[in-house]
Design a protein around this ligand. Sequence first.
Ligand code: XMP
Length: 314
Amino acid sequence: MRQFNPREFVDEKIRFLKKEIGGETAIVALSGGVDSSVTALLGFKAAGGNLKAVFLEDGFMRIGEADRISRVFRNLGVSVEVYDVQSEFLTALKGIRGAEEKRKAFRDAFYKAFSRIAGRAGARIILQGTIAADIVETAGGVKTQHNVLEQIGINPLEKYGFKIVEPLKELYKSQVRRVARELGLPDEIVNRRPFPGPGLAIRILGEVTEERLSIIKRATSIVDDELADVECFQAFPVLLEGRATGVGEDSSRKYGYMIALRIVESEDAMTAKYVRLDWSRLERIRDRMMHEIPEVSRVLYDITDKPPATIEFE
Ligand code: XMP
């Protein structure tokens, strides 16, 4: 196979996007991660002011994400419009407990909200940062990634009314990072750990409620903060279903939530190994969770590789 050359890739995809977009208006939704950021920058190089960048605050993003990504793109001369669509996403997921059902409900809510926003902007073309691993897993029936449609027989034009263009669909994560570097994206984006499209909704096992979202958001901030300097592919907490008995700081019985920590090494997300993190680090995360999130009564560590597990729990 020909060696991957990020510069040639950038040139080729700018030509490709110029052809796909023509003189029309296109739109891209940023998530804060490297795939959508690279897609957006390629799009701006191809279409200039004909591309509009948005951030959908669906309530499942990490704390501070909208401000973070707006700042990064402002520094690159691009303004990002933030849309608050939290209540419609919470409603769409209400009462849903199963992983695949939740993913499909998220996908539907996402494209409904996004096509409305695209329509108002006069855009009928969506640029999307789908990468090869997303397609392989969804087509293989392992899990439904929110951004894979055509490959599983959904026609986006018929179902949602727009054309989807995916400039990164042949790449794996490590190649996307090389392209990000080539495009001059800052390290905080180039090296950002992957974050799934449905976000924290799939890091809450069982029903997504406001209370449970608030717990996973605080837990995620603690993990991001404590493990910022640890080299790994992904590191995140998951809110488990059910409760466990514990003792609160006032010595009374506490029937609290359980959080599992998932920290893995991986090249391309297709296989992964759990990280043998220092016990002292784990203990520090445990202490912060127990102290800063009073609703939690247990912190567990996941030592399963992929396969047999997947990286995310849902
Ligand atoms: P799994 O859980 O399948 O995850 O081992 C592999 C990689 O893909 C990310 N992931 C997603 N990314 N939309 C995305 O954009 C999704 O629906 C989705 N699901 C999983 C996951 O975080 C990991 O890096």
